[in-house]
Design a protein around this ligand. Structure first.
Ligand code: G1P
Length: 297
């Protein structure tokens, strides 16, 4: 089935990135030359999505401004002799339609996704977390593998998973797999299990395909970890109601870059800056010199 709608939850306060996120959304932090959320939209567009709903909140207006065409800026660039920079605004001419709604209270990812009920029009939809980029080339892109797998679930869910070291599992939704392989059956899901209790090291990795039944499941999901309504718990309820849930592993060449804290943000920024065709090689030289300087007693 061709899935055309996607939801980008982007309502989180970004408190782990303060003060950078006091007045701007974390989804707008630059990663290399572009704001983080532009990569997410490009990934969705490449997968054939044509309508995107952002679930936003206070202090998130910059996301809407970023994807809105800005004719005045175009005229200004031309009038000051910088027409060559219009190339940088080409992303505005996307085939994607954008919609925005707000999650006014921080009630969790499950509650944020619930805000998409009317948008999804009773069909399946993609959820792409707005603070994570999937990098790396696989034979078929991750979202394509997810949407292809959806056809086999007969109204179930498909979730992207990655393997992490055991000690990191308590930061994620974790699967108890029922089968082996890159595409596997999920028997159970647990959100942020206590250290040492995770059923595996396969963790939910920021991309989902969900059926419309998820909304009723969210309605019947009580607050869980951190007192919030967790999407993981709602999917676990779907499993209990007899829905099939399939996990798709990130390929060895793929990686989830999450911009939820400064440690991963710094690493991701450096990776993207080093990959910059024009400036990456000089930056690599600079970093090498810097590191050598640090090593010199
Ligand atoms: C959310 C989900 C979690 C998932 C993680 C990364 O957690 O609740 O299941 O593993 O994203 O995709 P958060 O990072 O918002 O705490």
């Amino acid at each position: 089935m061709k899935i055309q709608n996607a939801v980008i939850p982007a309502a989180g306060t970004g408190s782990r990135l303060l003060p950078s996120t006091k007045a701007q959304p974390k989804e707008m932090l630059p990663v290399g030359r572009k704001p983080l959320v532009q990569y997410v939209v490009e990934e969705l567009e490449a997968a054939g999505i044509n309508s995107v709903l952002f679930i936003t909140g206070r202090r998130k207006r910059a996301i809407e401004d970023h994807f809105d065409a800005d004719p005045e800026l175009r005229v200004l660039l031309e009038s000051i002799g910088r027409a060559h920079l219009l190339e940088e605004l080409k992303y505005e001419d996307t085939g994607v339609s954008f919609f925005y709604t707000r999650q006014s209270e921080q009630l969790g990812l499950g509650d944020a996704v619930r805000c998409a009920r009317d948008f999804t029009g009773g069909g399946p939809f993609v959820v792409a977390l707005g603070d994570s980029i999937i990098t790396g080339q696989a034979e078929r892109p991750l979202l394509q593998r997810l949407t292809d797998a959806y056809d086999d679930t007969d109204g179930g869910c498909v979730i992207a998973f990655e393997e992490v070291p055991e000690e990191a599992t308590s930061r994620y939704g974790v699967a108890a797999p029922a089968t082996e392989g890159d595409v596997f059956e999920v028997a159970e899901l647990v959100e942020k299990p206590a250290p040492g209790t995770a059923p595996s090291n396969l963790v939910v990795s920021a991309r989902y395909v969900l059926p419309p039944e998820i909304f009723d499941a969210i309605d019947h999901t009580p607050a869980g970890k951190s007192g919030e309504i967790q999407l993981t718990d709602a999917i676990q309820l779907l499993i209990r109601r007899g829905h099939r849930v399939i996990g798709v592993k990130l390929a060895g060449s793929e990686r989830r870059c999450d911009i939820g804290n400064f440690e991963s943000y710094y690493r991701t920024f450096v990776d993207f800056a080093l990959a910059d065709k024009e400036l990456g090689p000089a930056l690599a030289e600079y970093l090498k010199a810097k590191l050598a300087e640090q090593r010199t007693p």
